[in-house]
Write a protein that binds this ligand. Structure first.
Ligand code: 13P
Length: 251
């Protein structure tokens, strides 16, 4: 039995206006606000962060952002800095989501700079990694993950209590309804923990939380959470409805 507190996180992606987001946050606080067996985090769109933060203020539910830029400020039209996120109440920030990597061309290098900037600002980065379907089919899964983790955490100085979070999200399982099989998830998560142990030592490997993401729903969360190296989930579509997300939280 490990000592890691699970984290169930909802990535709301580009959904919900401010009114819809605050309404969902209110319903989530009412239904799932008092849980103690897991930490809970939601990541609304930038425009709703401030308003959702006010709704979550007296609850145990954490708030994260879905992206950020690495510079602290400057002429970077359209970007958001880490301090802007802490200022509106974010504790976490999702970095390197596959949609950022594949739709917006984010490189491992850019992602590494963002992870460092998040840690420097006392935000907890949720570093997303994962292989595409063709990479899995051509047996490149582990080399891809190795590269994404090595690069993403290259500037990390392990410090107790300030561990980043890793989210393994196989690209082929995101939004497709195709959840990875428990054996596939277990195999990758233990690979990732071994990689962290070799690179940063056993202390960080024992403390770091590795989440699974990709078509997580109430029907599959318990099987996923029963795997030794799965410390939670990063949920997309099924996190948008507070009742469904609450069922996942109460796995
Ligand atoms: P789905 O749960 O909709 O497959 O999305 C997963 C995801 O991308 C979470 O970040």
């Amino acid at each position: 039995m490990n000592q890691r507190t699970p984290l169930i996180a909802g990535n709301w992606k580009m959904y919900k206006t401010v009114g819809q987001a605050t309404d969902a946050a209110r319903r989530l606080v009412a239904a799932g606000g008092g849980v103690t067996h897991t930490e809970v985090m939601i990541a609304p769109a930038f425009t709703a962060l401030s308003a959702v933060s006010a709704v979550l203020a007296d609850s145990d539910i954490y708030m994260g952002a879905q992206n950020m830029f690495w510079a602290s400020e400057g002429a970077f039209t359209g970007e958001i800095s880490a301090s802007m996120l802490t200022d509106v109440g974010c504790r976490h920030v999702i970095i390197g989501h596959s949609e950022r990597r594949h739709l917006f061309g984010e490189s491992d290098d850019l992602i590494a700079r963002k992870v460092k900037a998040a840690l420097d600002a006392d935000l907890i980065p949720v570093l997303c990694v994962g292989e595409t379907e063709s990479e899995r089919e051509t047996k490149k899964t582990f080399s891809i993950l190795d590269k994404q983790v090595e690069s993403g955490l290259k500037d990390l100085i392990p410090e107790a209590g300030r561990e980043p979070v890793i989210a393994y999200e196989p690209v082929w399982a995101i939004g497709t309804g195709k959840t990875a099989q428990p054996e596939q998830v277990g195999e990758v998560h233990s690979f990732l923990r071994d990689l962290i142990a070799r690179r940063f030592g056993e202390a960080l490997a024992g403390a770091i939380r590795i989440l699974y993401g990709g078509s997580v729903k109430p029907e599959n969360i318990s099987a996923l959470m029963s795997l030794t190296d799965v410390d939670g989930a990063l949920v997309g579509g099924a996190s948008l409805d507070p009742e469904i997300f609450t069922r996942i939280i109460n796995f």
